[in-house]
Design a protein around this ligand. Structure first.
Ligand code: BES
Ligand code: MN
Ligand code: ZN
Length: 498
């Protein structure tokens, strides 16, 4: 779908979208439409039953007399004084879905000139465009036959605004971030027979075209580095493991980078501690952390962020098999710490232990943020709305909270506490990968990771198991891969840009 910003003028084809405010008050364009149709808008609002003008409500007037367009759509904007960019994104997303469902291929949005709205016209237009594009995502590469009513329809949207050039400038960087969100969604949606560590790494190599430096570490190199924890997870699989480093240098100055680390388990069967069959297909998206990191790196390169950022992803497939690691095995991590693998299904933390250590050794970062679909327990705690965030530094926690608020990617702070830590002391090794019971499972995962991060390095861990995939969809998120984390991390990086 293509979005254009244009000077307001009455459209002659497609769908014309105008706004209604709370209590059915008409916006300027809606008044124009009402006049040109001899009062059809006013009559429709009076006859429309439950339509009140609340946000995201949509009212259709097909074939309106007095206009050339095929359809007039009135969208609710609620109280204009309370409109935020996030609210306008949701309105844009809802509009995309409502218009696409009609089969219309083109639309013009005239929602400018809201005098009571605190946002300027360019911001309003850019936020609408953001929501429209986010909702327009589809993953249909494996659909060989789509019924006409399932095929994509809405291909071109014009957004009328007082200054198209200012709106374009406001939207351009966000448009590049959405490229990153779409890449993350693509990766998350891709099945594990086509997306495995080697093919994931190859996909990363193609991002060099965007200006990223991409380095792929082979199994030999990982062994040389001493990544026994990561390699232990991958050893049961016929697919080789990989670690990929993607570097964006948007500033000349030397200095420590921001490191973003992602769990990239391309399929998690649980290994010998095998998972039940029901729902196991979900474990194709156990690389959601890696997808978010790679999507963020593309976003940063796309919008030419003035920042120095390294994205590191640990790519493995967790399979049972004759060469798989066994419960009770002891592996030596790159840090030198030995780990007793009590449960081979707690594999993400084993992968991250080595990638986090490598991040510190190789890049001496100013801070690290890792993202991982780490635990089912975080879904029990926070459901599918919030990701759980753990942080060792208040400033980093605050910046993440601000990025979360700005992007609508919701985070809830979870505790780190030494009192949990002794639960993962091992009888025969330095640490074990699970506690004796399931209590506080997401916290236990975080405490495990913390043992592999130098206390002097500000670090945050985001458990995204509940927010990486949506079965219900949302205004700006079709069902399927969410791409969670890309906008959040992009905003976090932006907060450090000079
Ligand atoms: N990848 C899973 C966590 C997960 C569960 C992600 C559901 C998304 C949806 C992780 O590797 C895992 O299996 N965790 C175990 C840990 C347990 C063995 C301590 C879990 O949550 O059950
Ligand atoms: Mn697992
Ligand atoms: Zn996993």
């Amino acid at each position: 779908m293509e979005v254009k910003f244009i000077e307001p003028s009455v459209p002659s084809r497609g769908v014309w979208v105008v706004g209604a405010l709370a209590d059915k008050a008409l916006t300027p364009a809606a008044k124009d439409a009402d006049r040109m149709t001899g009062g059809a808008v006013t009559r429709a609002l009076a006859a429309a039953g439950r339509f009140t003008g609340a946000r995201e409500e949509v009212l259709h007037l097909p074939a309106p007399g007095g206009l050339e367009v095929s359809r007039l759509v009135v969208v609710g904007l609620g109280d204009p004084a309370k409109l935020t960019a996030a609210a306008l994104e949701r309105i844009g997303g809802s509009l995309f879905a409502a218009i696409d469902a009609t089969g219309a291929t083109a639309a013009s949005l005239h929602l400018d000139g809201l005098s009571a709205c605190p946002l300027d016209d360019a911001t309003v237009a850019a936020a609408l465009a953001t929501g429209l594009r986010l909702r327009s995502y589809r993953f249909d590469k494996y659909k060989t036959r789509q019924k006409p009513d399932q095929a994509p329809a809405l291909a071109a949207v014009d957004i009328a605004t007082t200054s198209p050039s200012r709106a374009r400038a406001a939207f351009e960087p966000t448009d590049r971030v959405i490229d990153g969100v779409f890449l993350a969604r693509d990766l998350v949606s891709e099945p594990a027979n086509t997306l495995y560590p080697v093919s994931f790494a190859e996909r990363c190599l193609t991002l060099a075209d965007s200006g990223l430096d991409v380095q792929v570490l082979s199994e030999g190199q990982l062994a040389e580095l001493g990544m026994g924890a990561l390699l232990g997870v991958g050893q049961g699989s016929a697919r080789e493991s990989r670690v990929v480093a993607l570097t964006w240098r948007g500033i000349e100055e030397e200095g420590p980078p921001i490191c973003l680390v992602g769990k990239g388990v391309t399929f998690d069967t649980g290994g010998i501690s095998i998972k039940p069959a029901a729902g196991m297909e979900d474990m194709k998206w156990d690389m959601g952390g890696a997808a978010a990191v790679v999507g963020t790196m593309l976003a940063l390169a796309g919008r030419k962020a003035r920042a120095h950022v390294v994205g590191l992803i640990g790519l493995v497939e967790n399979m049972p098999g004759g060469n798989a690691q066994r419960p009770g095995d002891v592996v030596t991590s790159m840090s030198g710490q030995t780990i007793e693998v009590i449960n081979t299904d707690a594999e993400g933390r084993l992968v991250l232990a080595d990638v986090l250590w490598h991040a510190q050794q190789a890049y001496k970062p100013r801070l690290i943020v890792d993202l991982a679909t780490l635990t089912g327990a975080v879904i029990v705690a926070l459901g599918q709305e919030y990701a759980g965030v753990y942080a060792t530094e208040e400033e980093l926690a605050d910046r993440l909270a601000a990025a979360s608020k700005a992007t609508g990617e919701k985070l809830w702070r979870m505790p780190l506490d030494d009192a949990f830590d002794k639960e993962i002391d091992s009888l025969i090794a330095d640490v074990k990968n699970v506690a004796a019971n399931r209590w506080g499972g997401s916290i236990i995962g975080a405490q495990f990771l913390k043992r592999f991060v130098d206390a002097a390095v500000p670090w945050a861990h985001i458990d995204i198991a509940g927010v990486t995939w949506t079965t219900k969809g949302g205004p700006t998120t079709p069902k399927g891969g969410v791409g969670f984390g890309v906008r959040l991390l992009d905003r976090l990086v932006a907060s450090y840009e000079g």
